[in-house]
Design a protein around this ligand. Structure first.
Ligand SMILES: *Cc1c(COP(=O)(O)O)cnc(C)c1O
Length: 368
């Protein structure tokens, strides 16, 4: 482990001076990619950020060109799954700046996730600086404005120190990789079909409210089943009573009543989506809509007029129908397009992100 990191630092590390990247104010030439047709997949980019936690402290961190991670066979991540992650986007605004959206909330959420898994906090200011360094260094990979594509930024932290008896590791790596991803909705947002899962996502007082790989490992089987049965996603119910709506594998629900009010499921085992929290603000402060956050019984889902899934990748994916073992709930908004309220929410939030609608103070973090 130690040797591997030293090797990266000696050969692969490049500390990119900030003004060299902009070439005297001019953004470096973009990679020659078909931006509008990229998929949501991994592509190796030029730089990634690495910081190592050892002897109770984080090192100074650096950018490296080496995309591979070398670690001990007994590393805590490999046996007891000590890992947390984040996801955010860097993109080009209408006026040509490269920005990220509310990265401070990702920094804070990652600290909360880490605390729950007995991992060290990667400090907020360090997190923001690391995002800035890695996005700047990969500026050529940030899709141009109007392409619909974005640079997906994936901070993650995992246990590298050897553990065989169950206990927290004493060595960790914090890394950030970036990869360009295509527009989530190619040719318009088509409503999706979801099914009620027979499996549970998270227990009360469990880990449903943190962003950790362990919550995804166990969701893969239900996800594959849902796809085999022709559904795009699973709706998970609360595992204690199986009567309340939780979320999908990776996105929060948002419902719209027939009177145009927003209802957000509330539960201690739902991951606090930054997109959903932003949409709540937009609904209340930009659109003047009433928002209620409360437990939502599955039995009342059929009463709503619109349903959407909130997350960084798509902002909102409209849901056209929910199927519970053959019983179908079809929303009034139908299977062809977004419902009117979800559409307004989507357009306002993406407008704020892209710089065509004025953003609340502190939401848009300019990188260059
Ligand atoms: C990341 C994630 C979301 C969406 O959160 P955003 O901050 O909006 O991207 C929702 N649910 C789960 C389980 C997640 O991991």
């Amino acid at each position: 482990m130690q040797a591997a990191v030293r090797r990266i630092s000696r050969e692969g590390t490049l500390s990119v001076p900030r003004d060299e990247i902009t070439d005297g104010g001019k953004i470096m030439e973009k990679k020659n990619l078909d931006w509008a047709n990229l998929s949501f997949g991994y592509m190796t980019t030029d730089y990634r950020y690495v910081s190592v936690y050892r002897d109770g402290a984080w090192d100074e961190g650096c950018l490296t060109t080496d995309p591979n991670v070398t670690m001990n066979e007994c590393a805590g991540i490999l046996h007891y799954c000590q890992e947390v992650f984040e996801g955010l986007k860097a993109y080009t605004t209408e006026d040509g700046h490269i920005v990220t959206f509310r990265p401070d909330l990702n920094a804070e959420r990652m600290m909360n996730s880490a605390a729950r898994l007995e991992m060290p906090a990667f400090p907020r200011e360090r997190f923001l600086d690391a995002v800035e360094q890695v996005v700047k260094a990969n500026a050529a990979w940030v899709p141009p404005y109007g392409s619909g594509a974005t640079l997906y930024v994936r901070p993650y932290m995992f246990a590298t120190g050897p553990v065989i008896g169950v206990k927290p590791s004493d060595e960790y790596q914090f890394r950030i990789l970036v990869t360009p991803v295509g527009p989530y909705f190619k040719g318009g947002a088509k409503p999706i079909s979801i099914c009620v899962s027979d499996f549970d996502r998270a227990a009360p007082h469990g880990t449903g409210d943190i962003k950790a790989g362990l919550n995804y490992a166990m969701s893969l089987h239900p996800y594959v089943l849902a796809h085999e049965n022709g559904y795009d996603e699973n709706m998970y119910l609360d595992s204690a009573t199986r009567t309340y709506v939780e979320e999908t594998g990776g996105a929060n629900f948002l419902f719209v009543t027939k009177d145009g009010e927003i209802v957000i499921p509330k539960s201690g085992s739902i991951l606090p989506s930054i997109t959903r929290r932003s949409l709540v603000y937009v609904a209340e402060h930009y659109l003047g809509l009433k928002v209620t956050q409360r437990p939502v019984a599955f039995a009342e889902v059929g009463e709503f007029a619109e349903c959407g899934l909130c997350g960084t990748a798509a902002v909102i994916s409209p849901v056209g129908r929910v199927v519970d073992h053959g019983k179908e709930i079809c929303f009034a908004s139908g299977m062809d397009e977004m419902g009117p309220t979800i559409k307004k929410l989507y357009e306002t939030l993406t407008g704020i992100q892209m710089g065509t609608v004025e953003a609340p103070e502190g939401w848009i973090h300019r990188i260059m």
